[in-house]
Design a protein around this ligand. Structure first.
Ligand code: UT7
Length: 325
């Protein structure tokens, strides 16, 4: 038995922040952001709107799409790096709001690769026949961690949530193969502290320079292009498939130049790679599930298609999989 997507949903906050709005906040331009990142606008949560709130809205859509009741869920996995509470988890808050009284609830954090990692975890429970219906959500409010005075990072991120209900299917369908990994030795390349560190602590921790979000953009860029290609190829090889066998590749949406670099290196036709970064920015865990949802609703992917998902993120971490939808 494999895990197969039975329904999808997504949520983008109402407020849109354009590059022109950012021009009024920091020393930047629409031209620079568009050329260097491909982002035109992103959605930003209200001050009283949090990761679990977005997750609940996306989840309700996914349950309706799957025609599954909340009480039928066995497990809720929420991938997030921006849950409003350390405890209880966002997954517990979602469980309460949905009334999913029979579901266990766990948060997962592998940063931007988190949704793909969570699908891989869900696959284990379904293959083992421990659970039948698993709700997997990626929800992040990156805007709440953004340093709005730092032009090198504040232009990159947005908020959003995407969800998928996974249910059992026959072998040869659903998630076929996967691959994931981590390189903790490079933790200093991309980081968000959760505590207020002293200067000494900061100096000790991988040379990080800031108390808030810290990123070595060019290092992340090089890592991203390389690992997305290597990981995707490893998952394809395990399935005995080639890049040309994918009907659609859905990568993490961090920078259109990273996606273009991967397209070139993988030798896949750009029409078979889904990108929505121009409208959403980098929404961390939400990028991949929102892209799946959009692509499905737009008829760009359909039942029976073979798709590849690939993500990378802080940690450093990565994950990819091949699935029939
Ligand atoms: O989920 C993972 C999260 N992060 C990522 O995936 C980020 C990966 N990295 C990137 O996307 C790119 O490295 C960035 C978009 C962050 C930066 O693009 P870049 O082409 O590598 O630019 P750069 O850092 O080399 O900066 C070029 C110039 C610099 O000025 P000087 O030193 O050449 O005078 C920057 O100060 O652009 C300047 N700059 C800006 N100018 C206008 C940096 N940010 C901005 C800005 N507006 N927002």
């Amino acid at each position: 038995m494999n895990a197969k997507i039975a329904g999808v949903g997504m949520y983008l906050p109402e407020r849109v922040l354009t590059n022109f709005d950012l021009e009024k906040m920091v020393d930047t331009s629409d031209e620079w952001i568009t050329k260097r990142t491909g982002i035109k606008e992103r959605h930003i949560t209200r001050p009283d709107e949090f990761a679990s709130d977005m997750a609940v809205i996306a989840a309700k859509e996914a349950l309706e799409d799957a025609n599954i009741k909340a009480e039928e869920l066995d497990l809720i996995l929420v991938s997030t790096i921006s849950a409003e509470m350390v405890s209880p988890t966002a997954a517990c808050l979602v469980q309460k709001e949905l009334g999913a009284v029979n579901a266990a609830a766990i948060d997962m954090n592998t940063a931007c690769s988190g949704f793909v990692s969570a699908l891989i975890v869900a696959q284990q429970f379904i293959r083992a026949e421990t659970y039948r219906h698993i709700l997997v959500i990626g929800s992040d409010t990156m805007s709440k961690y953004t340093d709005w005075e730092d032009r090198t990072s504040c232009v990159l991120f947005g908020d959003g949530a995407g969800a998928a209900v996974l249910s059992p299917c026959e072998d040869g369908d659903g998630i076929l193969t996967y691959e994931m990994g981590a390189d903790g030795a490079r933790e200093g390349v991309l980081s968000i502290p959760s505590l207020k560190f002293s200067e000494e602590d900061l100096a000790r921790r991988g040379g990080k320079k800031k108390r808030t979000f810290w990123m070595d953009g060019s290092e992340v860029f090089k890592f991203a292009v390389r690992i997305m290609c290597e990981s995707m190829m490893r998952s394809l090889q395990k399935a005995g498939l080639e890049i040309g066998d994918l009907d659609m590749l859905i990568p993490h949406q961090a920078n259109i130049r990273i996606i273009d670099g991967a397209i070139k290196r993988l030798g896949i036709s750009p029409e078979r790679v889904y990108a929505n970064i121009d409208r959403t920015g980098n929404t961390s865990s939400a990028c991949v599930p929102m892209a799946i949802c959009e692509a499905y609703r737009a008829g760009k992917i359909k039942k029976g298609d073979t798709i590849g998902l690939v993500g990378f993120g802080g940690g450093l971490t990565w994950a990819s999989l091949v699935m029939k939808i």
